[in-house]
Design a protein around this ligand. Structure first.
Ligand SMILES: [Zn+2]
Length: 299
């Protein structure tokens, strides 16, 4: 028997006029329509229980809508009255400590984590191990303390950044085309890597690094590094995320990414964190961290 929590869920179909009868008798939960075995009551049993006048077409109409709406294919677990929230069920099982809550939350988190990894593999046509994916996720907490940038990178990793593709699927846009080229679907990989406009931005950015930092004569970023970062150097990772952030801001303001504007942003960011490090008496640590990169802010 499948144990659904959906039985807690309210019947959301009451806006539909034809289902008003079911609200009139005070039924608000899917659970109210289940028999002791977890299946839906038959029409006769429903009529006997609630003494309501309706016809079987209306009754089975709402059962069908609930099954489709909550993706119920098997029987549900009938909950005892009064209906308790899922957290109370957990408390009944384990009366000591809160470990069980963490277990439930971690299970849900791990499922999402694997789903995200598989979606990335499919989108990039790349096969990476779960270990490598773990590294990409961990990297998000290593390259900077800046919460705004961490959150930005987190949204990319977990595919919740507002690209046109995502917004279109959420019915928030009329099409899913790329803001820059208007030719292809604006997925995360297209926006940050594959789009020829973003790609040109990265080529110019790489040339800039190669020109001003002689020891980085062969500085190049792979699509994977642009999207997920690399643990070779936290500053390299940081400026790459700042580059992506510039692309995303440009998209939001419907402008093209621009290297001159990005250089100004980078310089401003560098000076701001340098000032903070000075105030916190951490300038030596700061200089060591940025050693070899400061040339790019001189031009
Ligand atoms: Zn494009």
């Amino acid at each position: 028997m499948r144990n659904f929590n959906n039985t807690h869920d309210m019947i959301l179909f009451h806006q539909k006029h034809q289902y008003q009868f079911i609200i009139n008798i005070g039924e608000r939960f899917v659970n109210d329509l289940l028999d002791e075995n977890g299946g839906f009551k038959t029409f006769d049993s429903f009529q006997q229980t609630y003494g309501i006048k309706t016809n079987f077409i209306e009754y089975y109409g709402i059962i069908h809508a609930i099954e489709n709406g909550f993706h119920l294919k098997n029987t549900c677990k009938k909950l005892e009255d009064p209906v308790l929230p899922i957290a109370m069920d957990l408390l009944k099982i384990n009366k000591k400590g809160c470990r069980i809550f963490y277990v439930v939350l971690l299970k849900a988190q791990h499922k999402k984590y694997v789903e995200d990894m598989n979606k990335w593999k499919l989108e990039l046509q790349e096969d990476f191990t779960e270990e490598r994916w773990k590294d990409f996720c961990a990297l998000n907490f290593n390259f900077t303390n800046d919460v705004k940038l961490r959150w930005f990178q987190y949204r990319i990793l977990h595919r919740i950044l507002g690209t046109n593709d995502l917004l279109y699927k959420m019915n928030k846009r009329i099409n899913d085309l790329c803001t820059f080229c208007k030719e292809e679907k604006e997925t995360l990989s297209h926006l940050f890597v594959k789009c020829h406009i973003s790609s040109r931005f990265w080529i110019m950015f790489q040339s800039h690094i190669q020109k001003y930092i002689p020891r980085r004569l062969h500085f190049t970023l792979t699509p994977i590094e642009i999207l997920f970062g690399s643990n070779s150097d936290p500053i390299r990772c940081l400026i790459t995320v700042l580059g992506k952030h510039h692309i995303y801001k440009s998209k939001m303001t419907e402008k093209k990414p621009d290297l001159t504007a990005f250089k100004q942003e980078l310089k401003y960011y560098y000076n701001a964190i340098k000032y903070t490090a000075t105030c916190n008496l951490e300038i030596q640590k700061f200089n060591k961290r940025w050693e070899g990169w400061s040339n790019i802010f001189q031009c």
